[in-house]
Design a protein around this ligand. Structure first.
Ligand code: 7RM
Length: 635
């Protein structure tokens, strides 16, 4: 039996049990069968969560780009590796084959070397969703430079903080970017950021929007002429299994962003293995993840996971709303997309537009529909399942984090029966535990607690760049000998997990622990409601009471708001119980979201508690104007 591709539920349980009983044998078999090693490991795993120190495949040597590119050339040289779909539907798509990708990555790697970048150097990549983004990531990996991709929607301050935290020597960027009908002056943002970054010696600039930009003599260079002149063969640097592959920043609720460090071999094995199974990818399928490569979802499931499997991965430059809200479905039809992976925030935005724009397109190629990033509320789940999936494409609600590197709790499509709002079962090799506040593990089913992981998996982040103490403090100190995720979850009667949200979002009302997700589900059932977010605020008697921020599907329509409030509370009462009724309901124009689409409840909590003197780090906010509006109309 090959453990690599799971095809039915019995097999899942069998492989799962093996992965738990003999994790080292299990991962060793996966690693041996499916990858290209320059040297095999001396030891599969050593770990100590108290330090914490985790090493997978120690002693092994490899280069991840040989696994993602070179080894496919013999059999898949002319197959499309990256299918680039531009912002505008009027611009032609670009098919980059594995042969072409090989050439372009090698050329780029040679340019990096010529510019003095060596193994272990940090390179900041601030590039929009154009092929150069994926290619520069792979070029760094080719020569052993550590890439630090910063989402090209972040401000100059956010960019400067990230460049300086990891001492990047070089920034790769573009003249500008397209985002729907708008263009963004990326190079201008980089110039502003670099005023605070004296150590950056080189800026490479890709041409995308052909805008008239300033180039700083001695620092800035156009990328294309350098690529044109570079040789198209670059020997892959031989890396140790535990050499850092990349840094990716994730913002905490306090303090500066954390530079999560991922290493080479374990990350490769786990992202490849999860990709194959979670999306049931078959040769010649076209796979599309709508995330930006600036997030972990893009690193693991646009670039590394798909390419390690020789897949065709779509890279979309634009936004779901341009030229209209049918753009996603138009792309699915155009490229016959088989696996589609997106976020609940996008699903809710599209659902709000109705079904016409979906039904206009032929979506019959779709086989698997993924969701990631936030709890998917029940209404959005059904809409996705029924309207997009026509009830035949399973919804893969995949729970994971920047820190976990790969998908952790998820259905395997056509294997695990799905259940609305449930991420269902732990993936192969993952050992979750639910803990109560005193740190006691909750055994058995039908329990709710804090989600921890008891045993290392290959793609767990190894440290926070420059601050191992913070890594230990954040993830390994809440509960002894366990990785703490920061999320709350419940386990149902058959052992399925439902993620209820960040633990700091759990609200205790009159001694009852209430997760935000189920309450928001109830509210969203109301036909007038588009989106909602619940937070707690101090209450004399209940300890905490609930404050709801609600956006309406049709904000222009005149409605009796007090009546609406009553109907919403009635729904909550029916679905969850009177304990979960909201004390205050504010109708808002929008909800504050991070640029990766997560609702920033931290800010809503402050507004509800009338504590707005310091809102904390708001630099990752997508729509700051909404915050002012909410503050002005707070109850
Ligand atoms: C992949 C990613 C991580 C946080 C995580 C959760 C939340 C992600 C789900 C989810 C419920 C899901 N990385 N989250 N996926 N919550 N169901 N399927 O998003 O580092 O940016 O965020 O996102 O709270 O801890 S991330």
């Amino acid at each position: 039996m090959s453990n690599y591709h799971i095809k039915h539920l019995e097999e899942y349980y069998q492989v799962y049990r093996k992965s738990i009983r003999e994790p080292e044998n299990f991962w060793e078999e996966v690693a041996e069968e499916h990858f290209m090693w320059r040297k095999k490991w001396d030891n599969v795993l050593s770990w100590d969560f108290s330090k914490p120190e985790i090493k997978w495949f120690e002693g092994a040597e490899l280069n991840i780009t040989e696994n993602c590119i070179d080894r496919h050339l013999a059999t898949r040289g002319d197959k499309t590796a990256i299918l680039f779909e531009p912002n505008s539907p009027d611009e032609p798509s670009e098919h980059i084959t594995y042969n072409q990708l090989h050439k372009r990555v090698n050329k780029f790697a040679n340019v990096l070397k010529q510019q003095g970048i060596k193994k272990g150097d940090r390179v900041c990549i601030y590039v929009p969703m154009i092929p150069e983004l994926a290619i520069s990531v792979l070029a760094c990996a080719r020569i052993g430079a550590i890439h630090s991709v910063v989402f090209a929607g972040f401000s100059s301050t956010a960019l400067a903080t990230r460049i300086n935290d990891s001492d990047c020597k070089m920034v790769i960027t573009a003249d500008g970017s397209y985002r729907g009908a708008k263009t963004i002056d990326l190079k201008g943002i980089v110039d502003d950021a670099l005023e605070q970054c004296p150590d950056v010696k080189t800026v490479l600039v890709a041409k995308r929007i052909h805008s008239d930009i300033k180039m700083k003599e001695g620092r800035d260079q156009w990328l294309q002429p350098l690529l044109d002149a570079a040789p198209d063969e670059c020997k892959a640097e031989i890396m140790d299994a535990e050499d850092p592959l990349f840094i990716l920043y994730t913002s905490g609720s306090t303090g500066k962003p954390k530079g999560m460090v991922h290493t080479t071999a374990g990350y490769m094995v786990y992202t490849a293995y999860t990709f194959k199974n979670v999306f049931q990818y078959r040769e010649n399928d076209v796979y599309w993840c709508t995330a930006d490569i600036g997030w972990i979802t893009g690193h693991s499931y646009i670039v590394y996971g798909p390419l390690a499997n020789g897949a065709t991965t779509v890279m979309f430059e634009g936004v779901p709303s341009y030229p209209d809200f049918g753009r996603f479905w138009q792309i699915v039809e155009k490229h016959n997309v088989n696996q589609f992976y997106t976020a609940p925030t996008a699903i809710r935005a599209l659902a709000k537009q109705g079904v016409e724009l979906v039904e206009k397109y032929d979506l019959s190629s779709l086989k698997v529909l993924g969701s990631v990033g936030e709890p998917i509320n029940e209404e959005a789940w059904h809409w996705y399942n029924d309207v997009v999936g026509k009830n035949k494409s399973p919804i893969v609600d995949s729970w994971w984090q920047t820190e976990t590197g790969g998908i952790m709790i998820t259905p395997i499509p056509f294997v695990t029966p799905t259940k609305p709002t449930y991420a269902t079962l732990p993936f192969i090799g993952i050992q979750p535990a639910l803990l109560d506040e005193s740190g006691e593990e909750l055994k058995g089913n039908q329990v709710e607690g804090r989600l921890c992981i008891k045993f290392p998996w290959p793609s767990i982040a190894r440290t926070i760049w420059g601050n191992h103490e913070r890594y230990k403090e954040t993830y390994f100190s809440a509960y002894e000998n366990k990785y703490f995720t920061g999320d709350g979850a419940m386990r149902d009667e058959v052992g399925y997990y439902r993620i209820t949200g960040r633990v700091d979002d759990v609200i205790i009302v009159s001694g009852h622990n209430l997760g935000t997700a189920p309450i928001e589900d109830a509210i969203n059932e109301h036909p007038a409601v588009a989106e909602s977010a619940i937070v707690g605020f101090p209450h004399d008697i209940k300890g905490s009471a609930l404050y709801g921020y609600i956006t309406l599907t049709n904000p222009g329509e005149s409605r009796d708001h007090n009546n609406l409030r009553k109907e919403i509370n009635q729904l909550i009462s029916d679905r969850i119980g009177p304990i979960a009724k909201l004390d205050k309901i504010q109708f808002t124009q929008g909800l504050p979201k991070t640029r990766s689409g997560k609702i920033m409840r931290r800010i809503l909590r402050k507004i509800a508690s009338k504590d707005t003197s310091n809102l904390g780090d708001t630099s990752t906010l997508l729509n700051p104007e909404v915050v002012q509006d909410i503050m002005d109309n707070a109850l």
